[in-house]
Design a protein around this ligand. Sequence first.
Ligand code: PLP
Length: 454
Amino acid sequence: MLSTDIDALTTTADYTSHVNPQWVRLLNVLQMNVSYEGCEGVELHVAGGRTILDFLSGYCVHNVGHNHPKVIQALKDELDRRGPAMLQSHVPELPGALAKKLCELAGAPYEKVFFASSGSEGVEAAIKFARRCTGRTPLLYADGAFHGLTCGALSLMGNSFWSEKFGPMLPQTDRVRFGDLDALKTQLSRTKYAAFFVEPVQAEAGIRIPDRDYLAETRELCHRYGALLVMDEVQTGMFRTGTFLASHQLGGAADILVLAKALSGGLVPVSATLMTGKVYDSVYDSLKRSIIHTSTFSENGLAMRTGLATLDVLQTENLGARAFEIGDYVRNRLNESIGGFPMVRDIRGLGLLSGIEFQPPKTMAVRALFEAFRTIHPGMFGQVIVMRLFRDWNILTQMCGNNFMVLKVAPPLVVRRDHVDTFVEAITATVELMHSPGEFWSEALGLARRAANV
Ligand code: PLP
């Protein structure tokens, strides 16, 4: 069948048969397998008139909100232009414009950009470039890190869940405690690392924010021992935390910076690896090596146009200031409403990247239930929260990928206070329920049974 009719082309059955049936099963178990008809800003519209509020943003992709009209218009304009695409044989205009803009926004010392299509590819480029520039092989990373799931990026992640049975990973990689300058110094003095990879705020590890001097000292230490500093701002960049880069407020310029996710406007894959002139020139150092690292889809017109339009929206709509303002509102409201509950350990964040950290209950009856479910699956407790918020309150969230006790709160930066109020009402009701041995825990049992049956 050849058809351009989208309804004729797509069914869940086809997806189940030919793509990822386990994903469909998981969404079914969580009662989150709904069909979205249209998405706009923070709102996801489902068949039958139901509206879901997005408090996940596709893991920080939708900073400008879903389907921003200016990003869509930019894409239409690019298509209408009928310009050269994927020639791989000319000097395109848009990558230069986007790279210039990114370097201006990121500031010194970033001068050059390598474009690709995903955060992982950006991290892979950083690995190669750091090795080439320093002439060293070993790589250092922080515990709890999430840098992507390609083999190189995966070699820089301590959580074996992601890498198990895909090995061997890259040799000569070491892990150091995030936020621990003494440990970093010891490690850097022992081995000649090409680079230390770090996220300024570790998103998937549970919205871990380091002390204010950590990143600046890290840079100093790396340079003292001849290693480069690679800052992974794939989730934290693009004004998510209020400033263009989280490292702008946490004080840590790096040698290589990786951006992706929100640069795409939520529509076209793109990543940008920014770096100093010295790093870039060490890689592309002769005519013969002018395309020594590249990828078919890097610098493609749709991605570049989307990036430019997205940056324009982020700036003209002042979404960084908004991230600061609404982010404070989120955490203040959460602290007032749920901060006093025994199972709420911490509420923290920067801008519109927040986390609610839970801890095991203190009362015996509920504690026994908690431990029982944790034995079945460490992620079960968090998934009951996610499921309840979605099913009962029409709010899309997720737990952090490397810390199942932290609920990530990351709505698009265009989120309004009334959206936040709805979220706070929903999580408050959910937190109240989890403190008594009734409904929340019987629901968890139902979830465990359904999971066992699929
Ligand atoms: N780095 C960070 C901090 C991420 O959160 C992710 C993805 O979630 C990546 C890198 C990998 O990006 P991608 O999924 O686009 O390959």
